[in-house]
Design a protein around this ligand. Structure first.
Ligand code: ATP
Length: 673
C-alpha cells in the first residue's frame, strides 16, 4: 500500500470518528437538557450540541485534517499527531484521531522551523481537492529542510470565490504569535492591506474560546466590522471553525437605539465625533441635577417624617462626588434619604418592615424627579442640540457650538431625527446613565477609522475585558480617523496595549502592491511598505476615452477566467456603470455598506466607500482620479480600492491618473506582470 493510500485510509477512519461524534452529539441534544446542572447551562449546552450536530452533519466530507507532526525529541518523542479544524476523539476514549489546531501541541505545526524544530522531526502538509486527499509534502526539520511548500503557496494563491475562508492550514508564524496572545492582553495589529489582520482577529476569537471557553462564553466575544457588507463577507469563518457563539456586528448595530434618519453637515459631524463631546454630554446630564430647596416629607398615615434641605444638599453633593453611573446615583440618593427616615422612625419606636420602607421610598420619587431627574438619553441630547451653550461653553469654540445647534429643533425629543453621530452621543449618554454590559474580548476591525467618541463606546464595553485592535493607518478614510495608534488605543481604554506590525501581504500580488505603495508617501501615515508573499498576478493600467465601454470589455475578459470580479468606482459613478453593464447584458450585483450584494453573482459593483475589507480575484478600478477627488482622504480611499485584488488588477482611466500614481509605468500602455 502506498503512503498516500495509507493516508486515505486514515481519512476514512477519521470520517468514521466524525460520524460517531455526530451520533453522540445528536444523542446529547436529546438528553442534554436533563443532565446539565442549571437552566442556563442546560440551554447553552443544548444550543452548543445542536449547532455541533448541525455543523457536523453539514460537512461530513470536509478535510478532517490538514497537517501532521511527527516528533523526534522532547515530551512528544516518537509520537505523531494529525492536526485539523476540530478535535476527533479516538474510539473508546483512546488517542485522539485528530488534534484541534488550537491545542498547545499543534502550535509546533505553525512555529517549528529548521532552526528551531521544537522536537518535530517531520512536518507534513496535505493537499485536498474538495473532499479528496490529493497528496502531501514533508519537511524534514531535523535535517534542516524548511519552506518552499507548493501546497502552502497554492492555498495562498488560490482564486477567491464567495465569502472569506479560514486560514488554519497556513497560518504564518508571526500571525500565530498574535492569534495566541494571552486572553487578558490587549494587542493592536497595524498591517498593510492583505497582511491577514482580519484573518488573525477571527482566528484569535476562535483560539480564545478554545483556551478559555467557560469564562468567555459567559462574558462574550464580540467582533466589530466597518459595515454590513464586510460582516457578511467574514461571517462564515468562525462557524467553519466550530464557533457559533461569537457576536459579529457593526458598531452602529451594536449601539442600536436610535434609528438614523438624518445626515450631519461635515462640520457638525466633526464636532460630534470629537473627544470633547464626552465632557459636554457629562455636563448636559449632570447639569439637570438641581439644588434641594425644600424638605422631603413622607408619611405612613400615622406619622410624618421630614428630611431638611441642608441634609438633602449634603446627600446630593456627597453622592455626586462618588462618580457612580447617574441612575445608580439617583437610587443612592433615595436610599440615603430613606435611611434618615428609618432612623427617625426607629427612634420613635416604629416597627419597620420591607413593605413600609418601599412605601416610604416611593414618596421620595417626586423629590428625585425635581432634583435628580431620570431623563432618557434622547431628552438630554435634544435639549443639548437645541441650546448647547450652557453645557458646551468653555469646552467647544463658538463656531463649534453653532455647528451642532439644530437649525429647526423638533417639537419634542420623540420626533427628533437622529444622525449617525447622534447615535454615538446617545450611547455615551446611555453609558453615563447606566453602565452597559461588557464583553470578555472585543475584536475591532478597521479600527483606524473610529472617532474618539466611537472608541469610547467600545471602551465602555471592554472595560473589564481585553481588545484585539486591527487596522491600517494608511487606509484611514474618515475625517476623524487616527493618525497614530497610541492616541487611538488610549481612546479605546487600553493605552498599554502592545502594537505589532504585519508587513507580509497574502492577498495582493507583488506588482499590484508596488503600484499601491506609490501612494504611501502621500498618505501622511507612518507605516512600513508591504512585501507581497505572492509572485503571481497581473496588473494593467490603461487609458480609455470611453470608460464605461472599457469597463464592460474588462468585465467580459475577466469572466473568461476563474474567480470573483469586483468593479470599484467612485460612489457617484456607480449608477452609470451599472447601466452600462446592464445594457451590455452583464449581470452585476451592487455591494453597499449596508449589504454585501448577491454572493451567487460573479460580478460585484462596489462603490469605493464600501470596498474596505473586501477582496475579489479580479478587480477593475474605474477612474482613480474621481475616487481620489471624492473626499478629503480620497487618496487613502484609492489605496484601499487598489489593494482589493487577489490575482489581477485593471486600472482604467479616461482622465490623468492622480499625481502620486504616475510613473514611467502608467503612460497609457498596458503592462502585464
Ligand atoms: N497565512 C495565510 N494563509 C493563507 N491565506 C492568508 C493568510 N493570511 C492571510 N490570508 C488571506 O489573505 C487575504 C487577506 O487577509 P485579510 O483580509 O485578513 O487581510 P487584512 O490585513 O485584514 O486586509 P485589509 O487591510 O485589506 O482589509 C484573505 O483572503 C486571507 O484569507
Amino acid at each position: 500500500m502506498s503512503a498516500l493510500d495509507q493516508e486515505r485510509d486514515y481519512v476514512e477512519t477519521c470520517r468514521a470518528g466524525l460520524r460517531r461524534m455526530l451520533a453522540g452529539a445528536r444523542e446529547n441534544v436529546i438528553i442534554g437538557e436533563s443532565v446539565a446542572g442549571d437552566r442556563y447551562s442546560a440551554e447553552r449546552l443544548g444550543r452548543y450540541l445542536k449547532s455541533l450536530a448541525k455543523e457536523l452533519s453539514e460537512e461530513p466530507d470536509g478535510p478532517p485534517f490538514f497537517g501532521r507532526l511527527a516528533f523526534g525529541r522532547g515530551e512528544h518523542r516518537d509520537r505523531s499527531y494529525y492536526i485539523g479544524r476540530r478535535h476527533i476523539p479516538g474510539e473508546h476514549g483512546g488517542v485522539p484521531l485528530v488534534i484541534d489546531w488550537r491545542a498547545p501541541v499543534s502550535r509546533a505545526f505553525y512555529r517549528a522551523g529548521a532552526r528551531d524544530p521544537q522536537g518535530v522531526a517531520t512536518r507534513r502538509r496535505y493537499g485536498w481537492s474538495g473532499p479528496r486527499l490529493t497528496g502531501f509534502e514533508d519537511e524534514d526539520l531535523e535535517r534542516g529542510e524548511q519552506g518552499g511548500s507548493a501546497i502552502l503557496t497554492a492555498e495562498i494563491e488560490r482564486p477567491r470565490v464567495g465569502p472569506m475562508r479560514d486560514i488554519v492550514a497556513t497560518i504564518q508564524p508571526e500571525q500565530d504569535d498574535l492569534v495566541r496572545v494571552e486572553v487578558g492582553e490587549s494587542v493592536c495589529v497595524q498591517g498593510a492591506p492583505g497582511t491577514g489582520k482580519t484573518a488573525v482577529g477571527l482566528h484569535r476569537a476562535a483560539y480564545l474560546l478554545y483556551a478559555h471557553r467557560a469564562r468567555l462564553e459567559r462574558s462574550g466575544v464580540l467582533v466589530l466590522g466597518p459595515n454590513r457588507a464586510f460582516i457578511g463577507y467574514i461571517s462564515a469563518v468562525l462557524p467553519a471553525l466550530g464557533e457559533v457563539e461569537v457576536e459579529q456586528t457593526t458598531l452602529e448595530e451594536l449601539l442600536g437605539g436610535a434609528e438614523v434618519r438624518a445626515a450631519d453637515p461635515a462640520p457638525a459631524a466633526a464636532v460630534k465625533h470629537d473627544a470633547r463631546m464626552a465632557e459636554v454630554l457629562r455636563r448636559a446630564l449632570y447639569g439637570r441635577i438641581a439644588r434641594p430647596v425644600e424638605p422631603v416629607v413622607v408619611s405612613d398615615g400615622a406619622a410624618r417624617w421630614r428630611v431638611y434641605e441642608d441634609e438633602l444638599r449634603r446627600i446630593v453633593d456627597d453622592t455626586r462626588r462618588e462618580s457612580l453611573p447617574y441612575l445608580t446615583g439617583r437610587e443612592r440618593v433615595r436610599s440615603r434619604i430613606l435611611q434618615r427616615v428609618i432612623r427617625q422612625a426607629e427612634l420613635r419606636g416604629h416597627l419597620i418592615n420591607t413593605a413600609w420602607t418601599k412605601r416610604m421610598g416611593r414618596q421620595v420619587t417626586p423629590f428625585l424627579d425635581a432634583v435628580w431627574p431620570a431623563p432618557k438619553p434622547e431628552q438630554v441630547l435634544a435639549d443639548l442640540l437645541t441650546d448647547p451653550a450652557r453645557a458646551a461653553g468653555g469646552v467647544l469654540e463658538e463656531h463649534e457650538i453653532e455647528a451642532i445647534t439644530w437649525a429647526r429643533p423638533p417639537r419634542s425629543y420623540k420626533s427628533a431625527r437622529w444622525s449617525a453621530a447622534d447615535a454615538v452621543l446617545l450611547d455615551e449618554l446611555a453609558g453615563l446613565l447606566e453602565r452597559p454590559a461588557g464583553f470578555g474580548h472585543v475584536i475591532v476591525d478597521e479600527a483606524q477609522d473610529l472617532s474618539p467618541m466611537q472608541c469610547r463606546a467600545i471602551a465602555r464595553r471592554s472595560e473589564h475585558g481585553s481588545l484585539t485592535v486591527l487596522g491600517d493607518l494608511a487606509q484611514a478614510t474618515t475625517p476623524w480617523a487616527a493618525r497614530a495608534w497610541a492616541a487611538q488605543l488610549a481612546a479605546l481604554g487600553k493605552p498599554d496595549a502592545r502594537t505589532v506590525e504585519l508587513t507580509t501581504g497574502f492577498r495582493v500580488p507583488a506588482a499590484v502592491v508596488e503600484l499601491a505603495n506609490r501612494l504611501l508617501a502621500a498618505l501622511e501615515a507612518d507605516v512600513p511598505a508591504t512585501r507581497s508573499f505572492r509572485r503571481d498576478g497581473a496588473l494593467s493600467v490603461r487609458e480609455a476615452a470611453d470608460l464605461p465601454g472599457a469597463v464592460v470589455a474588462a468585465v467580459r475578459r475577466a469572466l473568461e477566467l476563474e474567480g470573483s470580479i469586483g468593479v470599484i468606482a467612485a460612489d457617484p459613478a456607480v449608477d452609470g456603470l451599472r447601466a452600462a453593464l446592464w445594457d451590455a447584458g452583464l449581470d452585476a450585483t451592487l455591494v453597499e455598506p449596508g449589504s454585501g450584494g448577491d454572493p451567487a453573482c460573479r460580478v460585484s459593483l462596489v462603490p469605493a466607500s464600501a470596498a474596505k475589507g473586501l477582496e475579489y480575484d479580479h478587480v477593475i478600478v474605474a477612474e482613480p482620479a474621481e475616487i481620489a477627488e471624492a473626499e478629503a482622504r480620497g487618496l487613502n480611499r484609492l489605496y484601499v480600492a487598489l489593494t482589493r485584488a487577489v490575482s489581477r488588477l485593471d486600472v482604467l482611466h479616461a482622465r490623468p491618473l492622480p499625481g502620486p500614481l504616475i510613473t514611467a509605468d502608467s503612460t497609457g500602455r498596458a503592462r502585464s506582470v
